[in-house]
Write a protein that binds this ligand. Structure first.
Ligand code: TYM
Length: 375
């Protein structure tokens, strides 16, 4: 594989991602130990995404927690662009939203952007993105969110409310700003120029619906940050609080450390929430890049390299137990754990989660109406 330069935009992630560099380039704040402690204290338990800095950067999270301590509620906001089936990378911010909703008893707004993906993807019809929106919503509901406090927005189904707010935001964003922030040019369709105002709407929706000032906290991978830069510039001009952002790193591609897990990187090596145990095993055995040595003898003698091994890297996201993870790291490095055995640990871990998730996903079909916001 050739080494590509790093690119991180909402639509493309390439190369080895240097997260410290992104903090500087994007002008965000690194997540401090003090902030981790204050979240854990409120939650009454730790989360491995915090301990391992899978959530690593933020904007105004400190301010939001201070306001919360002083008695002000906030709302959680994240989303999904339904261009295909849900894969495990998409769910990283959602797992964390579940922890945060349980900890802070916050309302949670989840935007599914069937309009965005229709406008962005030349090959997708609106019927397709709308039907995928309903399909993807099941993955969120299956994670066990509180139906009384979780509100799913499918953009084209909540258009009347969204549109009135989006045009107020759109009026304050110039084409040159959109070009500079999102890389749009003269061949970009005009729907996409309007689109960032739709992604900003849920930043103000909690305040509008609850008729009081409520700051949004947005857990999402760092690729979505350009949207928050624009939203944070515009929404105070309309009298709403700037949203706070909480950024996660990417679940890497199984194929190697460059880019992120993404369907466009290769369907075959992407693990979807609907994959059977056999397919999960097949994909990991065939595609997960290994840091093991070429021969059994050499591996036993010299040990493997867990830092470049994708099965190990994935376990940092999915194995919650620090002690187990440490043992795996050391046993692989010493050569006592083989590459095939490491892959099997990941396969088992994912299949336990997915088998249960798939049952809950089926059940979620009858609960959809409890979650959907409709005009
Ligand atoms: P989308 O569908 O590209 O991605 C959904 C969410 O998944 C995150 N993500 C990942 N996180 C970890 N590892 C990965 N490999 C990985 N790939 C994707 C994304 O950052 C995102 O949080 N325009 C948005 C939809 C949207 C949205 C939002 C997302 C609307 N409002 C608010 C986040 C927050 C989109 O197409 O996301």
């Amino acid at each position: 594989m050739t080494k590509e330069a790093m690119t991180v935009t909402p639509w493309e992630v390439k190369g080895i991602v240097d997260y410290q560099k992104l903090i500087k380039e994007f002008g965000t704040q690194p997540l401090s130990e003090d902030l981790i402690k204050s979240i854990e204290k409120k939650a009454g338990r730790s989360h491995h995404f915090l301990r391992r800095k899978i959530f690593f950067s933020h904007r105004d999270l400190d301010l939001l927690l201070q306001e919360f301590a002083a008695g002000k509620e906030f709302a959680l906001y994240t989303g999904r662009g339904p261009s295909g089936k849900t894969h495990l990378g998409h769910m990283i911010p959602w797992f964390f939203c579940k922890y945060l909703q349980d900890a802070f008893d916050a309302h949670f707004y989840f935007q599914i952007t069937d309009d965005e993906k229709f406008m962005y993807q030349p090959s997708l019809s609106l019927e397709e993105t709308n039907s995928l929106a309903y399909d993807n919503a099941l993955d969120l509901i299956a994670l066990g969110f509180n139906p009384k406090k979780t509100h799913i927005i499918i953009d084209t189904e909540y258009g009347k409310t969204m549109y009135k707010l989006a045009i107020q935001i759109a009026k304050k964003i110039t084409a040159s700003q959109a070009k500079a922030v999102f890389g749009f040019n003269d061949t970009t369709n005009i729907g996409m120029y309007f689109w960032p105002s739709m992604q900003a709407v849920p930043c103000i929706l909690p305040s509008v619906l609850q008729k009081k000032s409520i700051r949004a906290l947005i857990p999402a991978a760092i690729d979505q940050d350009p949207f928050w830069r624009v939203a944070r510039d515009v929404v105070p001009k309309l009298g709403f609080p700037k949203p706070a952002a909480f950024h996660n790193i990417f679940l890497p591609s199984l194929l190697g450390p460059q880019g992120k897990m993404s369907t466009s990187e290769g369907q075959h090596a992407t693990i979807f929430t609907t994959d059977t145990p056999e397919i999960v095993a097949q994909k990991i055995k065939k595609y997960a890049f290994s840091g093991g040595k070429d021969t059994l003898k050499e591996h036993r003698e010299k040990g493997g390299n867990p830092d470049i091994d994708m099965s190990y890297r994935w376990l940092t996201f999915f194995e919650e137990d620090d002690k187990k993870l440490k043992d795996i790291y050391e046993n692989y490095k010493s050569g006592s754990l083989l590459s095939g055995e490491l892959k099997q640990i990941l396969i088992d871990k994912l299949n336990i989660f997915l088998t249960d998730h798939q049952k809950k996903r089926e059940k979620a079909k009858k609960d959809l109406d409890k979650f959907l916001l409709k005009d």
